[in-house]
Ligand binder design. Structure first.
Ligand code: GLU
Length: 447
């Protein structure tokens, strides 16, 4: 059978098995065709049917999360952990708390995590988990009770050499703190069981900043490769969580000006550049909505809807909010805006239509698997520090992060050139990520 036919058959079989898992099917549809040129040179993976094996999570856990709200009502949510692939190391990936969370979303995230983690060159497998719990407008006490209940069940399935969760949307230092407290109470003081811990108790410096910094480092190396830099570039950013905030911080540090950020209701357009101190105060300290930002900053305007509807000249776009935030129509606006680089701080923020438009218009495109790998990379560095019972300095972690992102950029570039076409970093990321995982799976036998 031709490799292309085999790949199409694999995709069809999956669609028949999980017809309702839209996001998972989307992630797979983006991935499978891109590895064809690699498979053509490595028939052993086709012979051993590695694609069908890799699409099947090694284990999925779903559980009830009962908790009591402040009014005394009994509530229940769904909890999940998808342990997707352990060929390269313990399952590693974040926990997402958001009402949209379901198995399809966690399987797409877990699937992409396998290849992202492989690209970091650190010993981590792929996993993802979370809950459809909505942390919005919940009191601190409710968040704590929810986290304790979630971990009561999850603790039976994780461990520093088995599965190491971290944060994602809706899960930051506060939540990891509560989750860790409960794990410790139920099991033992295994500091390496979670990453993204607060720095005060064995978290790594620069972990909070790592995803956003890493995305900007990825673009920095891409620009440097072309004799260019961030200096005076106009940057569109979506989101206002830790990825967006620290992407803006690093972009500003490198001389660019980030003019937007957003939450799920609307976005800020601040032509003077986002006031980072104010943004941090509102989001990290006060935990308020972005409508508060314009009340305290006269140069800024607030609009309802998506930041990707904004028509304004810009050079670089960093989607740092969530999946499928840029569709074909919004990508057209980006093209009109004159954007030359899109790098994804979020996971799968561009639909396939959007990505097609990027290529048609010679926009340089860093897909999430490559461009946002800095977060999980520093998580792996946190695991190393915990195992050593040492804490590295900020400079040490930051320079390792920069090196890792440089290496990821170069790997994507070189792999694209070898197997596909120049500058197709998305295909480069898929093939380079896959290559290591597939080789390890083959070497470990049918397991
Ligand atoms: N949630 C992040 C990601 O999408 C980080 C995962 C981690 O640090 O384990 O890669």
């Amino acid at each position: 059978m031709e490799v292309r036919e085999y790949v199409e058959q694999v995709q069809k079989n999956l669609a028949a098995k999980d017809p309702n898992q839209e996001e998972f099917l989307q992630a797979v549809e983006e991935f499978l065709p891109s590895v064809i040129p690699f498979l053509e040179e490595h028939p052993e993976y086709v012979e051993k049917n590695i694609l069908e094996l890799i699409l099947e999570p090694e284990r999925m856990i779903q559980f009830r999360v009962p908790w009591q709200d402040d009014a005394g009502n009994w509530q229940v949510n769904r909890g999940y952990r998808v342990q997707f692939n352990s060929a390269l190391g313990p399952y590693k990936g974040g926990l997402r708390f958001h009402p949209s969370v379901n198995l399809s979303i966690l399987k797409f995230l877990g699937f992409e995590q396998i290849f992202k983690n492989s690209l970091t060159d650190l010993p981590i497998g792929g996993g993802k988990g979370g809950s459809d719990f909505d942390p919005k407008k919940k009191s601190d006490a409710e968040i704590m009770r929810f986290c304790q209940s979630f971990m009561t069940e999850l603790s039976k399935h994780i461990g520093p050499n088995l599965d190491v969760p971290a944060g994602d949307i809706g899960v930051g230092g506060r939540e990891i703190g509560y989750l860790f407290g409960q794990y410790k109470r139920l099991c033992e003081y295994d500091m390496g069981v979670l990453t993204g811990k607060p720095v005060g108790f064995n978290g790594s410096l620069v972990r909070t900043e790592a995803t956003g910094y890493g995305t900007v480092y990825f673009v920095k190396h891409l620009l440097e490769d072309r004799g260019d830099s961030f200096e005076e570039k106009k940057v569109l950013v979506s989101g206002s969580g830790n990825v967006a905030i620290y992407a803006i911080e690093k972009a500003h540090e490198l001389g660019a000006i980030a003019i937007t950020c957003s939450d799920s209701d609307g976005y800020i357009y601040d032509e003077e550049g986002i006031d980072l101190d104010l943004l941090k105060e509102i989001k990290e300290v006060r935990r308020e909505r972005l409508t508060e930002y314009v009340k305290e900053r006269s140069t800024a305007k607030y609009y309802e809807g998506s930041v990707w509807d904004l028509e304004t000249a810009a050079d670089i776009a960093l989607p740092c909010a969530t999946q499928n935030e840029i569709d074909g129509k919004k990508a057209e606006i980006l093209v009109k805006n004159g954007v030359k680089v899109v790098a994804e701080g979020a996971n799968m923020p561009s639909t396939m239509d959007a990505v097609k438009l990027y290529f048609e218009n010679d926009i340089l495109y860093g897909s999430g698997k490559a461009a946002n790998a800095g977060g999980v990379a520093v998580s792996a560095l946190e695991m190393s520090q915990n195992a050593q019972r040492l804490a590295w300095t900020k400079e040490e972690v930051d320079s390792k992060l920069d090196d890792i992102m440089k290496n990821i950029y170069e790997t994507c570039r070189d792999t694209a050139e070898k197997y596909a076409e120049k500058d197709n970093f998305a295909v480069g990321a898929n093939i380079a990520g896959f290559e290591k995982v597939a080789a390890a799976m083959l070497a470990q036998g049918l397991v």
